[in-house]
Design a protein around this ligand. Structure first.
Ligand SMILES: Cc1cc2nc3c(=O)[nH]c(=O)nc-3n(C[C@H](O)[C@H](O)[C@H](O)COP(=O)(O)OP(=O)(O)OC[C@H]3O[C@@H](n4cnc5c(N)ncnc54)[C@H](O)[C@@H]3O)c2cc1C
Length: 676
């Protein structure tokens, strides 16, 4: 089974990457050729029923006065529940689908006209992935496909993919059932379940994805397919835990419901920061101690660590209260007396409502969980890590020190990932993290706009510059290329246009000075030569970098402290018409190359910055880009020569960088784990 799953993972990897490569290269071409979305508007208006809302952001519409299409001057960021300037592109259109037929029709238009499609259900992706990351994509909003049907006789539920978790909690509770999902009531079922879906019942019933019995979904050909254990078993395996936005668009889920707990008991104890280390150690020893592993899965211990306090909560979903009381005694046995404790019981729905953090738990559940018309938005940046052993005392010290040293609010929530969840074999579904004991979610709430800027500053500083050089005399050619470049891009923040004689140009691009000066003296009669302090790497490409790798690359570029420059240079034209075997120069069949350069700030930062350079470099290192230009030789040959090694390094770096576990990284992690 392990072997089967591993092979399957490889097949899926190839499948995903093939799709990505094809669409990326096609997109690059079509993006250049496309000057408006008229073809898309025509296709959608002829294939969708009239009442379907199709909103074209005004900025993407050539004719904004057309009465045929709705155009809205909205901010796309508002479609994401997590705010903070994560999205800077505009989709070509947002379609508000009402059933799977609408989804099929949109996908058919997209496939025919070569558009990228992204699906949004609850909009709770931490980084706004449901809106995609490509300019001029199609977003299908699934919010209206939100039906909830409960079969109280066999304890199953049929849900539209756009249903939100809160209403599902409310409806199922009417029949003494529930779903084993996460705590935020407003997440969409689709994104949540496809990525796993972990919540307070995780130790008792596993992940939400473990209880998916069947799905209806639209594939890339626009066909509606049924996915379960026997129909499309590979997709059934992959869709349970690999994450949303891959393979197909799910329109409906059939889920095995679980009995709602008769009552929830909760004990919370809070300490001031002088006890933080002791409390963290005690939490870890409770999780890793053999005695505790005999505790029933009705228990769920979680911890919140902030600068101002640390709190451990024990939840109990069973009826053997001795078990609950013993755990409290065990927790407090070796710790200083807490500064505050709380003990209370709640019915399941009140608990769900209260833990979703909307309000204080009083109020009309029906109105708040079911009939809600607007949803809260969040302003945070989150990261996550899994652990299979306790954090060492030394690292706890470092962690507490660093937590105290910052200005702002960071919350860390420690959640157990063991219990029933970890008894399901790792290869049973695509969810790859079952062998961990606990996870930490780190959340930063920027204090205000000014601080956020500081925190995200590096990202904003990164700028992209595209230069077009023209050596001919047909200026039309030059002007057309400029128009083509700018046609589908947002207005640049700066443009420069100038003419120079050849020598001035040569002098200026050599980067010695600002281009003025005595060329003879500076180019010919020079007595001293400049020295440089940088580390460079180089890669050639024979096809475009995939969208997935571009995302990785931009993320990693943003994560460092210092300055990395990347120069993309074409290697085609006459150069590539010379037969490859005409001279010893071996790189004539590539389309472009990238030179990466880091100029270390100072000696102390150098090592750190070299690592960062490698991480950025590996993000776009792949089968099409294993060659480096001999004149830019670099001694890190292990990175270039050993592709499997590079994959491992890439995977481990993916883990270090934390937040975005791409499917590629998950797969590599899994392969390493299975191989070892
Ligand atoms: C405040 C908050 C609290 C959270 N709490 C928890 C928690 O307790 N436990 C937990 O496990 N997670 C939690 N999450 C994370 C959440 O589970 C994920 O972000 C999840 O992807 C959100 O699903 P969505 O449908 O709302 O998101 P969306 O942003 O709509 O989609 C997320 C991803 O799924 C894809 N997708 C959406 N719909 C479909 C579809 N129909 N078919 C195929 N792909 C689709 C999107 O393209 C995107 O890539 C929380 C997130 C937030 C913001």
């Amino acid at each position: 089974m392990v072997k089967f799953a591993t092979n399957l993972f490889f097949i899926l990897l190839v499948y995903v990457f093939q799709i990505t490569f094809t669409t990326a290269s096609d997109r690059a071409n079509s993006k250049l050729a496309r000057t408006n979305n008229d073809d898309l508007q025509t296709c959608l208006s002829s294939s969708l029923p009239l009442p379907i809302r199709t909103i074209y952001p005004c900025s993407t519409l050539a004719n904004q006065n057309s009465s045929q299409y709705q155009c809205d001057h909205f901010n796309v960021n508002e479609l994401s529940s997590v705010r903070g300037g994560r999205i800077s592109h505009f989709p070509a259109v947002i379609v508000y689908a009402t059933n799977s037929n609408d989804v099929q029709n949109v996908v058919k238009c997209a496939t025919k006209l070569n558009y990228i499609v992204n699906t949004r259900s609850g909009g709770h992706s931490y980084e706004g992935y449901s809106l995609g990351s490509t300019y001029n994509n199609i977003v299908i909003n699934m919010e209206a496909i939100n039906y909830i049907r409960i079969n109280q006789y066999d304890g199953t539920g049929i849900f539209g993919a756009g249903a939100r978790i809160g209403p599902i909690y409310y409806r199922t509770y009417q029949y003494n059932y529930t779903i084993n999902a996460g705590s935020c009531a407003w997440m969409g079922l689709a994104g949540h379940a496809l990525g796993g879906g972990q919540g307070f019942l995780g130790r008792l019933h596993g992940l939400l994805s473990d209880n998916i019995l069947e799905m209806k979904a639209v594939n890339a050909q626009g066909e509606l397919i049924t996915i379960n254990k026997t129909h499309e078993p590979e997709l059934y395996w992959a869709l349970r835990g690999a994450g949303g936005g891959l393979f197909v668009i799910v329109t409906e889920f059939k889920i095995q419901l679980v009995k709602s707990p008769p009552l929830v008991r909760r004990f919370s104890s809070t300490w001031y920061p002088n006890a933080t280390k002791l409390v963290m150690q005690q939490y870890q020893s409770l999780l890793f101690d053999d005695k505790i592993s005999n505790f029933s899965n009705n228990l769920f211990l979680f911890m919140r660590v902030l600068k101002t306090h640390v709190a451990i909560s024990i939840l109990y979903f069973g009826i053997e209260f001795d078990e609950f009381n013993n755990t409290i005694s065990l927790l407090l046995a070796t710790l200083p007396t807490p500064n505050r404790t709380k003990l209370y019981e709640q019915d399941w729905l009140t608990f769900v409502y209260k833990s979703s953090g909307i309000a204080d738990g009083s109020g009309d559940h029906q109105q708040l969980l079911l009939d809600r018309l607007t949803y809260p938005t969040y302003h945070f940046k989150a990261k996550h890590l899994f652990y299979d052993r306790p954090i060492s005392s030394h690292n706890l010290d470092k962690f507490i020190d660093r937590l105290a040293s910052g200005d702002g609010e960071i919350t860390m929530i420690f959640l157990p990932w063991d219990g029933y969840l970890s008894t399901i074999p790792v290869d049973e579904t695509a969810f790859p993290h079952r062998h961990f004991k606990f996870g930490i979610q780190f959340t930063l709430y920027p204090t205000d706009e000014q601080h956020e800027k500081e925190q995200m500053n590096w990202l904003n500083q990164t700028h992209v510059e595209i230069s077009i050089l023209y050596f001919g005399i047909e200026f039309d050619e030059f002007n057309k290329t400029m128009s083509l470049l700018l046609a589908t891009l947002p207005t640049p923040n700066r443009t420069d246009l100038y003419e120079q004689d050849w020598l001035a140009f040569v002098y200026k691009v050599s980067g010695i000075a600002d281009g003025s000066g005595d060329y003879q003296q500076l180019l010919l009669d020079r007595l001293a030569y400049p020295t440089y302090h940088f580390k460079a790497k180089h890669l050639f490409y024979d096809r475009p970098i995939s969208s997935h790798n571009l995302d990785k690359f931009i993320d990693r570029l943003a994560s460092g402290d210092g300055q990395i420059g990347m120069m993309f240079i074409p290697w085609d034209g006459y150069l590539s018409t010379v037969p490859v075997d005409e001279t010893a120069f071996p790189h004539r069949h590539f389309k472009f190359g990238i030179q990466f350069t880091v100029s270390p700030n100072d000696e102390q930062h150098e090592k750190q910055q070299m690592n960062w350079l490698n991480r950025v470099y590996l993000a776009v290192y792949n089968d099409s880009a294993k060659h480096s230009y001999i004149n830019y030789i670099d001694r890190d040959t292990t990175l270039i020569a050993m592709s499997s090694e590079a994959e491992c390094i890439d995977a481990s770096l993916g883990i270090q960088t934390g937040n975005h576990f791409s499917i590629g990284v998950k797969i590599s992690q899994r392969n390493i784990t299975l191989a070892s």
